[in-house]
Write a new protein. Structure first.
Length: 187
């Protein structure tokens, strides 16, 4: 079984994914997934690295969402990455791939990776553009505005409640986790 150390995983990610904002999104997702793993007593390293790798193939599939996730799984399976991580990666694009989102891991990844977009968008409307200044109540308020960060699917964020984390707590966990990597995600 291959779960690379964080530094090695980041190098691996960047060897496949070169778009700066996508790399930052993956780092933010990793941070939230690590926080969720700690909360649930799950394998923090597996959950975190899965969050880091979830969009590994986006540059490779050139916008073809019917291949997104499949290519990542193909790459990671050759390396010996754990099947439960691969299943969560497929499930995060399950609406396109017709893969059900079933496990806590699946739901956590989908909610986490979706939430990063709303948190980043909220941060960018602050004058400072620093996540340190973001208040969770601002993220909650923006979530209720359908035209704000319109590409963020709020229903996917709400999967947090399917894994027994009320939305306010999930948003707080997410913002706090992203603050921990603020420098890496340039916020």
């Amino acid at each position: 079984m291959w779960i690379p150390a964080r530094d090695e995983a980041l190098v691996f990610l960047k060897s496949h994914l070169t778009t700066t904002n996508l790399v930052r999104h993956c780092i933010a997702t990793e941070a939230i997934m690590r926080a969720l793993a700690r909360r649930f007593g799950e394998d923090e390293h597996l959950w975190g690295i899965t969050g880091l790798f979830h969009d590994l193939d986006l540059d490779l599939v050139d916008g073809d969402m019917t291949r997104h996730g499949l290519r990542t799984v193909e790459i990671l399976r050759k390396e010996g990455y754990p099947e439960e991580g691969l299943a969560a990666i497929l499930a995060h694009n399950g609406d396109v791939l017709n893969v059900p989102v079933e496990t806590r891991f699946d739901k956590a990844l989908l909610a986490a990776e979706t939430t990063t977009g709303l948190v980043v968008a909220t941060t960018l409307v602050y004058q400072s553009k620093k996540i340190a200044d973001v208040k969770v109540k601002s993220v909650r308020k923006r979530m209720k505005e359908p035209r704000f960060a319109a590409g963020v699917d709020r229903s996917k964020m709400m999967l947090c409640e399917d894994i027994d984390i009320p939305l306010p707590e999930f948003l707080e966990l997410s913002v706090d986790a992203m603050r921990e990597v603020a420098e890496e995600i340039a916020l």
